[in-house]
Design a protein around this ligand. Structure first.
Ligand code: ZN
Length: 253
């Protein structure tokens, strides 16, 4: 890991002041490589906070273009990036915020064929798309390659977050929580969502990413945290590896 420059000591001073981070933690963030799948509602706060915190390499995967209807919540995109690829708009945002961050972007949808090229050996993957097929795919890949995974979802006025500790063989996976074939039709495009809902859930996800990268605190491993924005109630449920989960049964063989 490279020692911090004077500019970096200044930029990250409020991180470094925190004992659990300190200079060593900041150096670790700068040498980390995180993949963000989805540069939409959850991707926006994720990209903002991870880039601002100085996560050194961000790979962003999203095949969408910015639309005017995104601007109500996807706060990294702007009126003048409408019609452009979200990954390009996101890369422009990051470059304008923090030149320490190296950005790799792929305007592709993840498939079983391209996932090992797009997500090579990285420190962590975080996924915030509203596409269930991508989440199963990413969960299976991360479990197989022992890459920690943070996932979140938000719709309407509620959301949820959980993390998977795939460095440990015993960790449950996304399929343990959601059986294949669960409702994939409910999306923000059809059901609506308020901006602060994705902002809050995406920020919780960013916090999970930082905790896992720095090995601090208690990440939401084997815990699903849900939030109802109208009642302002947070709830946490624990879960275990499912005996019916095909991916985990295969892994434990
Ligand atoms: Zn499983």
């Amino acid at each position: 890991m490279k020692p911090l420059t004077d500019d970096q000591l200044l930029r990250y001073a409020r991180n470094i002041l925190l004992k659990p981070v300190d200079i060593a933690g900041q150096e670790r963030l700068l040498s980390s490589h995180v993949v963000v799948v989805g540069a939409g509602g959850l991707g926006a706060p994720l990209i903002q906070y991870l880039a601002a915190a100085g996560v050194g390499t961000l790979t962003i995967i999203d095949d969408d273009v910015v639309e005017e209807t995104n601007l109500q919540r996807q706060v990294i995109h702007r009126l003048d990036t409408v019609g452009r690829l979200k990954v390009d708009s996101a890369a422009e945002f990051i470059t304008g915020l923090n030149p320490d961050v190296r950005v790799q972007s792929y305007a592709q949808r993840l498939t079983a064929e391209n996932i090992s090229t797009l997500i090579p050996r990285v420190d962590l993957v975080v996924i915030g798309t509203d596409n269930f097929a991508s989440r199963y795919l990413v969960s299976d890949f991360c479990a197989e390659h022992k890459i920690p995974l943070v996932t979140g979802a938000a719709i309407g006025t509620s959301g949820q977050v959980t993390s998977f500790d795939f460095k440990h063989q015993a960790s449950p996976c996304f399929r343990c929580l959601y059986e294949d074939g669960e409702d994939d039709n409910l999306t923000c495009a059809t059901a609506g969502v308020l901006g602060p809902v994705v902002g809050t859930i995406g920020s919780v996800m960013a916090m999970e990413v930082i905790k896992i990268l720095l090995s601090i605190g208690q990440p939401l491993f084997q815990r699903l945290m849900t939030w109802d924005a109208l009642s302002m109630e947070w709830q946490t449920f624990t879960y275990q590896t499912s005996q019916q989960c095909p991916a985990c049964q295969k892994r434990s063989l």
